[in-house]
Design a protein around this ligand. Structure first.
Ligand code: CP3
Length: 319
């Protein structure tokens, strides 16, 4: 959950000298260094590759920029024709620097520290490709999915295919665990959730298994509430990353019986620190700590987080 990032001065320093955010993503030496920074500083049990879910649309030929204080901005795909014009011809070639980053990170990590590779789930990536930017309701993508489901299916199928290739190549380069981020899974009605969130992730998991990849896969259908139950069985993921709003007793009763769970500390508690943080961490550990569990945040760490709070949190969890 954004181990590397703007809350770390050593990241900001490299970021400032690296050019654009995408330049940093495609610079193996620097990307490997920022992947390792939080591990060196805090001693996490796992590192997550420094990259972004939006390198995938970029590798399909879409214009992608990251604008300071605004986030990602893409040239939106307005209709089926724009979708059909995407090109996968140079997809893996374009992403070669990412695989080189994975190799360098693996070489720089102690063997006991796991390396997590990742991609965005097709739905979440599509919301950015269609809308051109993040939005609280993903109206543009939901609108296109209702208006022209055939075109939306073409895009989803393409994203499934290239995500399988992308994840397999990350594993070939040294990733040992894979996470599929469906950060915007929370706004769809039942039928659309099944079609655009569950089915594509199922297809990705079965696609990588068919290619002989047996690395554990963690799913993150953020905001999907009760639909978390059933998500692992339907998609085949081995672990569930739980968002901040999922009740702990629900996680223990409905999810942890079947799969490893990860989560779900509110990143804002980590900004705040103090007793409220300590109490909540104790609660999470009391309810989930006995089962298969990865302590984590419920969503990405925010830039205002004091690094000392992260150090305190880790000391508490280790104790
Ligand atoms: O922990 C890590 O550093 C791993 C690398 C990683 C990043 N993004 C780096 C990043 C990972 C795993 C992601 C995933 C990602 N990217 C998701 C899924 C997870 C989630 O957060 O919901 C999404 C939706 C994106 C798209 C994206 N990238 C957004 C919306 C933004 C802007 C966020 C903001 O707060 O402004 C980014 C930028 C981004 N990706 C940053 C980092 C470290 C910050 C940009 C910077 O340093 O300039």
């Amino acid at each position: 959950m954004r181990q590397a990032g703007r809350y770390l001065p050593e990241y900001r320093e490299i970021r400032a000298g690296a050019g654009s955010f995408l330049d940093l993503c495609y610079n193996p030496e620097l990307a490997a260094r920022v992947t390792l920074q939080p591990i060196d500083r805090f001693g996490f049990d796992a590192a997550i590759l420094f990259s972004d879910i939006l390198v995938v649309p970029h590798a399909l030929g879409q214009k992608v920029d990251f604008i300071q204080n605004e986030g990602p901005v893409l040239e939106p795909l307005g209709d089926g024709d724009a979708i059909r014009a995407l090109s996968r011809d140079r997809f893996l070639e374009h992403l070669a620097p990412v695989f080189e980053t994975v190799r360098q990170v693996r070489a720089g990590l102690e063997s006991k520290v796991a390396l997590i590779g990742f991609c965005g789930a097709p739905w979440t990536v599509a919301t950015y490709m269609i809308g051109g930017r993040g939005s609280p309701d993903q109206a543009a993508a939901r609108g296109l999915a209702y208006r022209d489901p055939e075109a939306f299916q073409v895009l989803t199928d393409l994203l499934v295919e290239v995500s399988v290739e992308y994840l397999c190549a990350q594993v070939a380069a040294g990733a040992q665990v894979l996470q599929i981020f469906d950060s915007w899974a929370g706004n769809l009605p039942d039928g659309e959730f099944e079609r655009w969130c569950v089915e594509p992730v199922r297809a990705i998991v079965s696609g990588i298994r068919a290619k002989g990849v047996d690395a554990p896969v963690i799913g993150f259908p953020r905001g999907s509430g009760p639909a978390y139950a059933g998500y692992a069985a339907k998609t085949g993921v081995n672990g569930l990353s739980c968002d901040t709003s999922l009740p702990l007793d629900f996680i223990a009763r409905e999810l942890q019986r079947d799969v490893t769970v990860q989560g779900n500390l509110d990143p804002l508690l980590l900004v705040n620190g103090g007793d409220a943080l300590t109490r909540r961490v104790d609660e999470i550990l009391a309810v989930l700590g006995e089962g298969p569990f990865i302590f984590n945040l419920g969503h990405g760490i925010v830039p205002q987080t004091p690094p000392e709070h992260v150090a305190d949190l880790i000391a508490q969890v280790r104790r």
